[in-house]
Design a protein around this ligand. Structure first.
Ligand code: FAD
Length: 416
């Protein structure tokens, strides 16, 4: 097995999760997603696409309910096992791992509200779904609010009159929604349900927002064309449009009073997922480089026998272990924690996506010209890793956001 891990502290159950998901990632996810990567965005979501079969196989194994408790049919994974699961899936494909990660998001969010009637109506069918046909997405990014959408603490953005692109107006027991989410919503074109960030009180600017749950087959909801992009092409993306969409007020899961806290919670989990997924991709890049260096002869011997190549591979190996050590320690603290330390998830995301990108870059260099061709996986890994530097917040603006949290927590915890 191609696996780099000190294995310290892994129980038999942890190792079983790792080995089972690794086999699935290697034998199913990897080949299918390489095929998806070569299709147009439209072909990838057309009926009969292997994408749907991949979802179905994943759901049959219960991989859509990894985060859910045992009492609801989830596997009851420990935080470490969740991290192992995500790393293995992302080793197979970063893009599909994200697609499978956002699919449960609206349902997981709904579960957290404890609204029993809605849980029965929406969460239970999702958990029981075995054909992959119920899929969620998370819409925060807007055409005019990318980074802004997650930075509502910024006084400039919370001023009266700062308008969101998606707004909700209360009409009796209903919320009437108008506007547009940007084409960056992962899985939107193939999703059946969503959680949507939307402005409900523009006297507070973007801070006057809330989060609503909704099925996407309501009158007034339409979808844009799937997005063509450089990396993570095996992850569908597209716009959502809202034209006088009426939802019951009970589907507004939280409003402005809880919005800043909700953004922090969402980032704590989304950024942590990114960090763990980057560990998987950094490892995939290392694996490809190692295999190549063992087979390619230059200067009279296989590449791996050159001292400088040993040094280059060692640097890549050290990056994988750094990503894993950081992301797993944050996972242990932040998964299943009602008060996660968001700045740690941000630190892990920034560090792991940067190191993962360096490994993907080095993998191409070690393959030489072959690394640039579609025939070799390193080319896809490089494109996928590049996207992760922007996904769920750019490195630069997340650092700013992390700094904001740090100024609050660090002096308090360290009595400075
Ligand atoms: C693969 C992928 C998957 C994604 N999935 C989802 C999803 O599921 N749901 C969703 O809603 N969104 C999703 N996104 C959107 C993602 O969160 C945004 O792309 C990201 O937050 C950046 O926003 P933007 O692209 O509008 O860039 P902008 O915010 O326009 O930023 C452009 C540049 O300006 C810089 N910048 C921005 N603001 C400031 C500032 N205040 N000060 C200094 N510099 C600044 C940025 O660092 C960047 O370099 C996804 C994106 C990608 C790439």
């Amino acid at each position: 097995m191609s696996y780099f891990d000190l294995n310290t502290g892994l129980t038999w159950e942890d190792a079983t999760v790792r080995d089972t998901v690794y086999q699935f990632a290697k034998e199913v996810v990897r080949p299918v997603t390489r095929e998806l990567d070569r299709m147009t965005a439209q072909q990838m979501i057309a009926s009969g696409s292997p994408l749907y079969d991949l979802y179905a196989k994943s759901y049959q194994l219960g991989y859509h309910k990894m985060l859910f408790p045992e009492s609801l049919g989830g596997p009851g994974f420990t935080p470490l096992q969740k991290a192992i699961f995500i790393e293995e899936m992302a080793w197979g494909s970063f893009g599909f791992s994200v697609g499978l990660g956002v699919a449960p998001m609206p349902f997981y969010f709904l579960l957290g509200t404890g609204k029993q009637e809605l849980i029965e109506e929406f969460v239970v069918p999702f958990l029981n779904c075995t054909d992959g046909s119920i899929r969620g997405c998370w819409g925060i990014t807007e055409p005019n609010h990318g980074t802004d959408a997650a930075h509502v603490e910024d006084p400039l953005l919370s001023q009266p009159g700062v308008k969101g692109d998606v707004r909700g107006r209360i009409d009796g027991d209903y919320l009437v929604i108008n506007g547009q989410k940007s084409a960056w919503v992962s899985g939107a074109t193939v999703a059946t349900h969503a959680i949507i960030h939307l402005q409900v009180d523009d006297s507070m600017g973007l801070a006057g927002s809330g989060i609503a749950f909704m099925p996407l087959n309501l009158p007034g909801i339409s979808k844009g064309a799937p997005l063509e992009k450089l990396g993570q092409r095996d992850l569908n993306q597209g716009e959502l449009f809202f034209d006088d969409v009426r939802i019951p007020m009970s589907w507004l899961l939280l409003g402005p009073d809880m919005y800043k806290m909700a953004i922090s919670m969402v980032l704590a989990h989304a950024n942590l997922n990114m960090a763990i997924s980057s560990t998987g991709l950094a490892r995939a890049a290392f694996d490809e480089s190692f295999k190549w260096a063992k087979g390619r002869v230059q200067g009279g011997k296989v590449l791996i026998e050159h001292d400088s190549m040993k040094q280059r591979l060692f640097t890549m190996f050290a990056r994988v272990e750094t990503c894993r050590a950081l992301s797993r320690s944050v996972a242990n603290f932040n998964f299943d924690n009602p008060a996660p330390a968001t700045e740690y998830s941000i630190a892990a995301k920034i560090t792991a996506t940067e190191l993962c990108y360096q490994n993907a870059h080095d993998a191409i260099q070690i393959h030489g010209g072959y690394g640039l061709t579609r025939e070799y996986l390193s080319e896809k890994l490089f494109r996928d890793a590049r996207a992760a530097l922007i996904e769920d917040g750019t490195t630069e603006t997340l650092a700013k956001k992390g700094g904001y949290y740090l100024m609050d927590t660090y002096p308090r915890l360290n009595k400075l």
